[in-house]
Design a protein around this ligand. Structure first.
Ligand SMILES: [Zn+2]
Length: 125
């Protein structure tokens, strides 16, 4: 089952981390690592294309480029034994999809834009 997460769920009104349980902390760390890795390498031209033609995403020749995140699958929760690596891609504005290259683990992350883990460089207009 895909894990649908929204970073806002982990933050208070001022963008600071809420007091989390150990389990939630582990998941949160995993998610923010994906967010910073993906946003750092985000290709703006590609994202702009997605926003203009949201219905054509599936048919685009240039699919969102997958980014290898320096994370192991088992770092998303204690007690997991999968040694797979995590890959992620920004599939729409403010939506990141991630999956494990070895098992069925996958999910999406929303609500990350503008958080302290969003590493996108400001656009120059
Ligand atoms: Zn896995």
């Amino acid at each position: 089952m895909a894990l649908k997460a929204n970073l806002m769920q982990f933050l208070d009104d001022t963008g600071n981390e809420l007091v989390l349980t150990e389990q939630a902390k582990t998941v949160f760390k995993f998610l923010t690592k994906i967010v910073s890795s993906v946003s750092e390498k985000l290709d703006y031209s590609q994202i702009n294309k997605l926003s203009i033609e949201p219905l054509k995403v599936e048919s685009l020749k240039a699919k969102p480029s997958t980014i290898e995140v320096n994370l192991n699958c088992n770092s998303r929760a204690a007690g997991l034994s999968c040694e797979g690596r995590i890959e992620a891609a920004c599939i729409a504005i403010d939506l990141i999809e991630w999956h494990c290259d070895s098992c069925e683990a996958a999910g999406t992350i929303a609500g990350w834009q503008g958080t302290q883990w969003d590493k996108q460089k400001p656009t120059l207009h």
